[in-house]
Ligand binder design. Structure first.
Ligand code: ATP
Ligand code: MG
Length: 574
């Protein structure tokens, strides 16, 4: 492709709305433009990369026996009502009505649609296993669309669904898919690993998320450097390091004038935060609940939600807290809490002599004993793991870092086959429900994550497998006939040899401008041709991710180029 004829609107300035490098670079390098909040247009460069990612996915899916289908975006409400997700999905589900006032959803994921399809065709165990996938646009009305296509409202997803005769076969399929996912991301040039995950709204038995570790990631991941334990913070477990043994004494109230928060109270009473019990009130779609947790710990709302089996969970407002507890905000504590279910974080169980809100203004209790001074709560693991706590796998200290979730696999079991009656006749002639798995990859998010992992101060540094083009050919002296002749010759030969080349043949652009654009767009290899190189009989080659410029005699140019391309490809080998 000749740059003079292309549609690559690069920008000099960093667009204000873009907070993270991949978002900034996707706008600056002319990969995409915004239409509305969370809705983007992919321009030719991005489109070429997306197609490459999709083709890698297609190849790997075929290798594990999955077949591609294309399901509708517009999905009837009846299907969602069958599984209860018409209600559960809440506002994230984009709903529309047709002219007959029938309800539809723009598909955010397709478990219902595919299970309905398979259900209508499945008769015998002989038709199983079945593994189907699609690559299509998905819609989710995200509360906070941000970071460009990392979290958008319309995005491209590969979603796959497997159907097996029983748990054992389903599990085999699951692990095959996990392996395929590892290959896909490696082939896309991403450093990415599966971590244990919560099944969320999709539901099911167990799940892994494929995380690209990056500072700008929205997910928190606990991982161990000594063994292979890693998990999304939403589900991560640890062995807490401090087990608190204080003196056992009669409880007594102490004045804490206007000291409300954990840090205020711990400073005032000169105690550490782990001696304090925090009491939090949550509202749900059912009754409100109280949570008690150590002052230095944070409630993990996913764990709490899973434990309570509720769909809505929100911290109560000041007014709600006072109405529910009959205690002043900031002084709520477990002593005297009535008519409310209390969940206690497991870590509190072993401790003694706690401090907690005094149930009246400006007072806290000290030397509290659980079970003696207030009823023993329901115990559950409902807190976030903290860096430095011991790993459940090997007792070494855990780390907590940030990651971008590019894919997720779920072992669904019968979560969808039961409500949708997706059954088959088994070998012994008995009707059985099919066992399912589902597997998603955010295709557009993968593109952004690849940039997030491969860029420098000048621009993108594409992994070759998903680079829009492999070579950026720069004509530096467009007024020198010899230079033009050489550049044109190299361009033609690249095209002939099927080496994907973007040829900056612009007459009006300065050398500096061409270099800047090449760095910004970040194709793996640039080839520079100017009057000087023609005179010397050499061509300059530069690998985008290295600073050095190589000078290669024209006669050996293609041989060298092909070697360099192969080196780049090696970096994307699974
Ligand atoms: P997240 O936790 O980031 O909201 P999710 O767990 O809800 O994602 P899944 O239902 O697992 O997402 O969807 C499969 C994949 O689709 C995700 O792993 C992610 O890569 C991608 N994805 C999900 N939501 C978005 C979005 N709003 N924008 C871009 N990609 C998305
Ligand atoms: Mg997910």
């Amino acid at each position: 492709m000749r740059v003079s004829k292309s549609f690559i609107p690069t920008l000099k300035e960093i667009p204000q709305e873009a907070e993270i490098p991949s978002h900034q670079l996707m706008l600056r390098a002319g990969l995409m433009r915004k239409v509305a909040s969370g809705i983007y247009e992919y321009l030719p460069l991005a489109h070429r990369s997306l197609i490459k990612i999709m083709n890698i996915i297609r190849q790997e899916m075929e290798m594990v026996g999955a077949q591609e289908v294309l399901l509708p975006i517009l999905t009837p409400a009846e299907l969602w009502l069958k599984t209860g997700r018409w209600q559960k999905y809440g506002k994230e589900l984009m709903r529309v009505q047709d002219r007959h006032s029938r309800d539809f959803a723009l598909g955010p994921t397709h478990e219902e649609v595919i299970t309905d399809l398979v259900q209508s065709e499945l008769k015998s165990y002989k038709q199983l296993p079945l593994n189907l996938f699609q690559i299509a646009t998905k819609f989710r009305d995200e509360v906070r669309p941000r970071f460009g296509v990392m979290r958008s409202r319309e995005f491209i997803m590969k979603d796959g669904y497997s159907f097996d005769v029983d748990e054992i076969e389903a599990e085999k399929t699951y692990w095959k898919m996990v392996e395929a996912y590892k290959r896909i991301f490696k082939r896309c040039g991403l450093f990415c690993s599966p971590v244990e995950a919560d099944s969320g709204l999709i539901g099911g038995n167990f799940s892994h998320e494929f995380m690209v570790m990056a500072e700008t990631g929205e997910a928190a991941v606990a991982f161990c450097k000594s063994c292979d334990y890693s998990a999304n913070l939403e589900t991560a477990k640890s062995i807490p390091t401090v087990s608190l043994i204080n003196e056992i004494r009669p409880a007594c109230k102490v004045p804490t004038p206007n000291y409300k928060s954990v840090s205020e109270v711990s400073n005032f009473l000169k105690v550490s935060a782990n001696q304090i019990i925090k009491t939090l009130i949550y509202v749900t779609e059912g009754d409100p609940i109280a949570v008690i947790i150590r002052g230095d710990h944070e409630v993990n709302e996913t764990k709490l939600q899973n434990y309570l089996k509720v769909f809505e969970l929100k911290l109560a407002s000041h007014e709600e807290v006072e109405k529910i507890t009959h205690m002043p905000m900031g002084f709520v504590g477990p002593v005297g809490l009535k008519d409310i279910r209390i969940i206690g974080d497991l870590v509190l169980k072993e401790g003694h002599g706690y401090i907690a809100g005094g149930a009246e203004p400006d007072v806290h209790w000290t030397y509290l004993e659980i079970g003696r001074d207030f009823p023993t709560p329901e115990w559950a693991d409902i807190r976030n793991v903290v860096t430095g706590e011991a790993c459940v796998g090997c007792s070494q200290p855990l780390n907590v870092g940030r990651g971008i979730e590019v894919g997720q696999t779920f072992k669904l079991g019968k979560r969808y086959s039961t409500p949708m009656h997706c059954v088959f006749l088994s070998k012994s002639g008995v009707e059985e429900e099919v066992t399912m798995g589902c597997y998603g990859i955010g295709v557009s998010r993968t593109l952004a994550a690849a940039i997030e992992q491969h860029y420098d101060e000048f621009g993108i540094c594409w992994p070759i497998a998903i680079a829009p083009y492999q070579i950026h050919l720069l004509l530096l002296s467009p007024n020198d006939a010899e230079a033009v002749r050489l550049a044109e010759m190299i361009y033609d030969q690249c095209v002939e040899k099927k080496i994907e080349v973007l040829y900056d043949d612009r007459l009006e652009a300065s050398v500096g401008f061409k270099f800047k654009d090449a760095d910004l767009i970040g194709l793996p290899i640039s080839v520079r041709i100017g009057s000087k190189s023609v005179k010397e009989g050499i061509v300059e080659i530069k690998i985008r991710r290295n600073p050095q410029v190589m000078k290669v005699p024209i006669a050996q140019f293609f041989e060298n180029l092909i070697d360099l391309l192969q080196e780049e490809w090696k970096r994307c080998e699974p």
